[in-house]
Ligand binder design. Structure first.
Ligand code: DX5
Ligand code: ZN
Length: 239
């Protein structure tokens, strides 16, 4: 599974039609997204309850598709084996949700998945100080987790930059993923700060006149939304 790439868009299924999850996954995959972001909420770490490992296991995964699984749950260490068995390829756990950060990251790797630590906007980067070697990716939340469609919190731009510097100092080329409020107006600045992986819910799935669109038109609309994000993220690289 390629973890490093110049820009990667991971559409968040939270903004899609979850009643047709497998179909929506297939559509965005056909539209060019190799990663699909799955938001797992437990009603405790965050207010909402979304899906668990049983639901994930029922989703059809196209060949080559990566399930980027974002666990917004307390005590994530309890759930790593079941998510890994249910098709989660990348597993993000919140540093605020476990007292056993290093243990849980190692557990993820031991179960054959890529280990990622997620930080809420107010959580300092220092929480990562002693686990850098255990990380395959860092997820910086650019909204407070819980629901889609919120605005990007501006202080996170400097946080991305600061994390990229810390990773560079340690010679670590691991990806920084940003989640929340990513759209064509925010993605460029986040990319210039050093992020490469972008979760996008509303910016990919929110279609006008959705019901009137044919299957082919839906895929094309997702493709154009994804391309617009990639274009904005790489704009200054093309000059
Ligand atoms: C929020 C979730 C996000 C959310 C992003 O708690 O972790 O993945 O779906 O949605 P947008 O891109 O619409 O802000
Ligand atoms: Zn998420």
């Amino acid at each position: 599974m390629p973890m490093t790439t110049s820009v990667l868009i991971a559409p968040s299924l939270l903004s899609a039609d979850l009643g047709s999850a497998s179909l929506e996954i297939e559509r965005v995959f056909r539209a060019g997204a190799s990663w699909v972001h799955l938001d797992v909420m437990d009603g405790s770490f965050v207010e909402n309850i979304t899906l668990g490992a049983v639901a994930l296991n029922s989703f059809e995964k196209p060949e080559g598709c990566v399930f980027d699984t974002h666990l917004m749950v307390v005590q994530p260490e309890k759930h790593i084996p079941s998510f890994a068995k249910s098709g989660a390829d990348v597993i993000s756990i919140h540093v605020e949700a476990t007292e056993h950060l290093q243990y849980t990251l190692k557990l993820i790797r031991d179960h054959g998945a890529k280990a990622c630590a997620a930080l809420n906007p107010g959580t300092p980067l220092e929480t990562l100080e002693w686990v850098y070697e255990d990380l395959d990716m860092v997820l910086l939340m650019s909204v407070n987790p819980g629901w889609g469609g919120q605005s990007f919190i501006p202080s996170v731009f400097s946080k991305i930059r600061s994390l990229r510097e810390r990773l560079n100092e340690r010679g670590l080329a691991i990806p920084i993923e940003v989640d929340g409020g990513v759209n064509p107006s925010t993605i460029g600045k986040a990319a210039r700060a050093g992020a490469t992986h972008f979760v996008a819910g509303n910016a990919v799935f929110n279609l006008k006149d959705e019901v009137r669109r044919s299957e082919k038109e839906k895929v094309e609309a997702y493709r154009s939304n994804i391309q617009k994000l990639v274009e904005e993220a790489t704009r200054d690289q093309m000059i």
